[in-house]
Design a protein around this ligand. Structure first.
Ligand code: GUN
Length: 299
């Protein structure tokens, strides 16, 4: 039987409806709305596309949205000064600096400059530490891993005691999702293995997985024979493999592929996320959730 498709667009929509109700209630009860600043440096097409979607979603939820579009040659000092102004602005509850930044700017310096209590991406080392400690310490779970956890839970896949294999050890996805799913709580309690480019037998590890999370950034890396029958496959890869003309707009658009051979994998897996339309929409949704949580914490 082909796998159930985990529809990230539908799950996102229902979470956004929940968030919208909370934003409306907050406005009525306290006269406050969550404030999000999106800081974009330059015009990297992927970054422009991500930021545009973040802004659109924030506006649909009724957030106070501030767009800071900076010249690609903005100095590091000026960007740091902008971040500090946002730290001080009481109408801003979340600061999003879209990555990557141009080579002349030290990304780490910029992330470190964000007030950890407005770091809705969850990238500041204080928030990384809080995530590792778990429990009540966690303020802002990073958005893509938080979206993955939510997709697994809302699909009814059991995490308690599950064998989870994470392919990839990035700071944005691999490391945080591994930390989140091994925590001692009802939304986690998994046995987690992290594998990467230096792992000796990737296939053998993947074959053990009840839940396989792939965030390697290599199109089609995971072969169907690596997937255990019935496995829940979460494909985080967004690889641009070419361009096509959109039938809707007549303009060129990227052809996207995941890290998993989707068509073959869906014949073996129990459930699987598509690319696009799986994890992607969840990242933006969880950013909104973190910004709302930040606003509520300020009250
Ligand atoms: N670039 C790619 N993904 C992300 C993300 O989740 N947050 C930020 N700030 N930049 C990104």
């Amino acid at each position: 039987m082909p796998a159930t498709i985990i529809d990230g667009v539908a799950v996102s929509r229902s979470i956004l409806a929940e968030l919208k109700a909370e934003v409306d209630a907050l406005r009525s009860s306290h006269g406050v709305v969550p404030g999000l600043v999106t800081i974009l440096v330059g015009e990297n097409p992927a970054s422009v596309s991500y930021v545009t979607r973040k802004i659109k979603t924030a506006l649909e939820l009724g957030f106070h949205e501030v767009q800071e579009n900076c010249d690609p040659d903005i100095s590091e000092a000026d960007l740091l000064a902008l971040v500090r102004r946002c730290n001080e602005d009481p109408s801003i509850h979340g600061i999003l600096v879209q990555l990557p930044l141009p080579d002349h700017i030290d990304e780490q310096k910029v992330i470190y400059a964000i007030d950890p209590d407005k770091d809705v991406d969850g990238f500041h080392p204080v928030n990384v530490g809080r995530l590792v400690l778990g429990g009540d310490e966690v303020r802002f779970p990073p958005c893509t891993p938080a979206g993955i956890q939510e997709l697994i839970i809302r699909s009814g896949v059991e995490l308690n005691g599950a064998e989870v294999v994470v392919v990839g050890r990035s700071n944005i996805v691999g490391k945080p999702i591994a930390n989140m799913l091994l925590q001692k709580n009802a939304r986690a309690n998994a046995t987690v293995t992290v594998v990467h480019t230096r792992t000796r037998d990737l296939a053998a590890h993947c074959r053990r997985a009840d839940i396989l999370i792939v965030a390697a950034g290599v199109a089609g890396l995971v072969k169907p024979e690596w997937i255990r029958p019935g496995c829940c496959v979460i494909d985080v890869g967004v690889n641009r493999v070419g361009e096509k003309i959109s039938s809707r707009t007549g303009k060129p658009v990227a052809i996207l592929r995941g890290d998993v051979d989707f068509e073959a994998a869906r014949e073996i897996a129990g459930s699987i996320t598509p690319v696009p339309g799986g994890v992607g929409p969840m990242t933006i949704t969880m950013l909104m959730k973190n910004t709302l949580a930040s606003c509520k914490a300020r009250l």
